[in-house]
Write a protein that binds this ligand. Sequence first.
Ligand code: MG
Length: 384
Amino acid sequence: MKKISILGATGSVGINTLKIIASNKNKYNVIALTSYKNYKKLAELALKFNCKYAVIGQKKYFNNLKEELFGSNIKPLAGYKAICEVSSLNVDVIISAIVGIAGLKPTFASIGNAKILAIANKEAVICAGHLLLNKARLKKTKIIPLDSEHNAIYQILQNENKRSIKNIILTASGGPFLSINKNNFKKITVADALKHPNWKMGKKITIDSATLVNKVIEVIEASILFNLNLKQIDIFVHPASLIHGIVNFIDGSSHLVASSPDMKIPISFALSWPDRSVTKVKFIDFIQNNNLSFIKPDYKKFPALSLKKIVANSLFTKSTIIVLNAANEIAVDNFLKKNIKFNDIVKIIKKTIFKFNHIEVKTLKDILSVDCEARLLTNGIIKK
Ligand code: MG
């Protein structure tokens, strides 16, 4: 039986992982589940999967969690330190699916203790990917990306030489506003932005998909994970979300990975690696689906796309990426709270990047300090 832990068990990646585990109960043994504040759901899942540890991020919910788990053998824990501690337990696969920079320390803690780190926490990859990858190489933890596009590219590149790659293409659904006139962007509400056409996901990433900041984050993520230049990574809008990634090789061949837009496929790939398992996901009916079209993204309509160039031209690339990420997290949070408009999100990110005193980033401490400073700056910009 494979031992599995899930960081962010009550989020959409966590829930999908547990759905796969539920239909393969004899294959997996759940060790630890964590959640930031959803103690009820966490307790329900912990009992259902009879895990060893259930950890709630917010300490104020510890007693609630303890009560829910009363009479079971599951050990309730609380706080960020406890999340980091259970992250360092020995497992076969750890699913890193905490949203945002909060996932960074637990993800680091898992390296060397998990055989496979299946990572959905893209913020950790873009802010600290170089450190993560180095540590993983040293400690022999295999990193498998769960982001659908990156998982597709990973599948294609498994037995390929980096020198054979010409470029890669990440597809974007275009989000809910692909065919809305730019003049109407001012009027976009939180409810509008939360309606993603193809993927069911958490709130933060759904907003990121609507602004297309998500796609810029993914380009950066791909450049780090696959050690490619930002110029080698293109974005194509592919509204059907059936083809997730394309690799063009120097010999003229293109390899694509296609599947129904369902996170169970990348998750199942990581859980079963190096084998594959049967999932309940529907195959694409290529006869019925004759809409495998691609279009160039509209840079005028989606100013977020220009962030790629800003990062590529920056003298302080790492610092710029961390600031971009922090400013985006704060701006999205304020949009969800209706403090700012949809249109303001990218403007605020750009302002924060340009105003920030960038530094050379080398250590985890540098990353966290740039992140913290950037958040203060963004909050200041929003309050003005
Ligand atoms: Mg993605």
